[in-house]
Design a binder for this molecule. Structure first.
Ligand code: SAM
Length: 232
């Protein structure tokens, strides 16, 4: 039987990797990476020597065929992304879908198993420390830059659940500006979780205006990685 293991990796702190993830990566014949240099840092840190191949959103069709061929040969393949859980706002889910389509028979016959090796995700890490209602929530991934953006802000305003999305340092101020506009007169709180698990990890919360003012007056903090939560 061959294994296609979807392995979560750290979102910053290289110690955030499970014992099972390390064992699976070390036992894999090939590790598919979004960026092989990034994954090599993690593998080196844990003394894991394994063949790596790049797989990203723009990988050609032939790369999927290569992966299918490896699995058909009985090889164990692991998939990682640059950070967190593959498939959550990164290219992993397309590959998993293709393998499920192209190897349906092998999966049904028990010749191939697609297994989850769970671990960190910026989404769950942020929600775990934000202190907002999150028995249920809406996750938007990255907001579109143009088409559909305004509609989403209207949905955020009227949502009866906390809404979570990812944002880049280049766009965080623009996004906060839009939240100020759309949430005017609302009691909703905005929580920004920045640089989770890293040295400068920070959680900033308040009204959209308060959070925007904070980042405008602390330009040194408009860098790194951001999760934005708009609480109910
Ligand atoms: N698959 C990843 C996961 O499970 O979290 C997410 C990949 S997505 C391409 C990258 C985005 O996740 C970043 O732009 C940022 O919004 C968020 N992110 C990743 N690491 C983070 C961190 N340490 N702190 C805050 N946000 C982070």
């Amino acid at each position: 039987m061959s294994l296609f293991s979807v392995v979560a990796t750290p979102i910053g702190n290289l110690e955030d990797i499970t014992i099972r993830s390390l064992r699976v990566l070390a036992a894999a014949d090939v590790v598919l990476c979004e960026d092989t240099r990034m994954t090599k840092k993690l593998l080196d840190r844990h003394d894991i020597r394994v063949q790596t191949l790049s797989y990203h959103a723009h990988s050609r069709l032939s790369r999927v065929d290569d992966v299918v061929a490896l699995l058909k040969e009985g090889k164990n393949v692991a998939l990682v992304s640059d950070a967190g859980t593959p498939g959550i706002s990164d290219p992993g889910s397309q590959l998993v879908r293709r393998i499920r389509e192209e190897m349906k028979k092998e999966i049904e016959e028990g010749v191939l198993k697609i297994e989850a090796i769970p671990g960190p995700s910026a989404l769950t890490a942020a929600l775990s420390i934000a202190g907002v209602p999150c028995a249920d929530f809406v996750f938007l991934g990255f907001l579109p830059h143009k088409k559909g953006r305004e509609t989403l802000f209207k949905e955020i305003k009227s949502s009866e659940r906390s809404v979570v999305f990812y944002e880049s340092p280049h766009r965080i101020l623009k996004t906060l500006e839009s939240l100020v506009t759309h949430l005017e007169g609302e009691t909703k709180q905005v929580v920004i979780c920045r640089e989770l698990t890293k040295i400068f990890e920070e959680v900033v919360s308040g009204s959209a205006q308060e959070v925007k003012t904070y980042f405008e007056t602390h330009p040194d903090k408009v860098r790194g990685e951001f999760v934005v939560i708009v609480s109910v």
